[in-house]
Design a protein around this ligand. Structure first.
Ligand SMILES: [Zn+2]
Length: 270
């Protein structure tokens, strides 16, 4: 899970492990929910939409209007809305090969940004709420069950009870969520790891690092501080640094993972 200090970078990904923000943050710019930051694209909301957005061209050469699900009116979706506005500006233009690629990329980044907000709020990403997602721990390069077993043995005295899967979405997110088995009714923790880690260029210490990070979310509860949810508090960061390859993993996470995720969007083999 990613804390609210995370920054959106060029790839629409959050900076998972960026330095904590200073206590006195500059006042955020006021973002309105009715139109994009440049004032050109108008937003409308519809409570029947859940996981779809629409755009409508206005007049002959006018800027588009975007129809969004109602929950996206909340301020934390401001960055996602900007991506939707950008998407709409391209979607109403001629569908050249280049424009089609841009549209596709913006749609992916938009839903990633939306999922990121939901994960930060402690909710599972939209696609996987409700029913149980398929659990696929065996990737092309790593069997996550084996990685989890090693981490559980080394850092948690084999006391950790959870399941693990490669994420079912093409995206940059690794996260943890609480699920319920539809048959037994039993609750369990599920760790989902970004497919960007299932790559030939990913060392074992990196995938083990992200598994360790997500395991910590199971044992270290979210703190409430001045009404804010702190998911990566001081205790979390201390425990995180106990991972023996912490520095190497962070470097890989920051330098290589974003490239892998971009390649995934272009449907390249990792
Ligand atoms: Zn986290």
């Amino acid at each position: 899970m990613i804390d609210e200090n995370g920054q959106l970078d060029l790839f629409g990904q959050m900076d998972l492990f960026g330095a904590p923000a200073p206590d006195i943050a500059p006042a955020p710019p006021i973002r309105k929910s009715k139109c994009s930051a440049n004032g050109l694209v108008h937003f409308k909301y519809n409570s029947r939409l859940k996981r779809s957005i629409r755009c409508k061209a206005n007049f002959l050469f006018g800027h588009p209007e975007v129809l969004l699900p109602s929950y996206m009116e909340a301020p934390e979706f401001a960055d996602a809305r900007e991506l939707a506005a950008e998407w709409a500006e391209h979607a109403i233009r001629r569908k050249t090969q280049k424009n089609k690629a841009i549209i596709k990329d913006l749609v992916t980044r938009f839903w990633e940004a939306v999922d990121q907000v939901l994960v930060d709020k402690g909710k599972a990403p939209l696609e996987s709420t409700g029913r149980l997602p398929p659990i696929n721990p065996r990737g092309r390069y790593f069997n996550l069950n084996q990685v989890l077993e090693a981490i559980n043995h080394t850092y948690f005295d084999e006391q950790l009870k959870c399941r693990i899967t490669w994420s079912n979405r093409v995206g940059g997110l690794s996260f943890h969520s609480l699920r319920k088995d539809p048959i037994t009714g039993e609750e369990f923790h599920l760790i989902s790891i970004s497919r960007g880690y299932d790559a030939a260029n990913c060392p074992l210490y990196a995938v083990a690092g992200v598994v360790y990070h997500e395991c910590l979310h199971i044992v270290i509860p979210v703190e409430e501080k001045n009404g804010r949810r702190v998911v990566h508090g001081r205790i979390f960061r201390q425990r995180e640094r106990q991972y023996i390859y912490y520095d190497e993993w962070i470097r890989w996470h920051k330098e290589v993972l974003p490239k892998n995720i971009r390649a995934m969007h272009r449907h390249k083999d990792l």
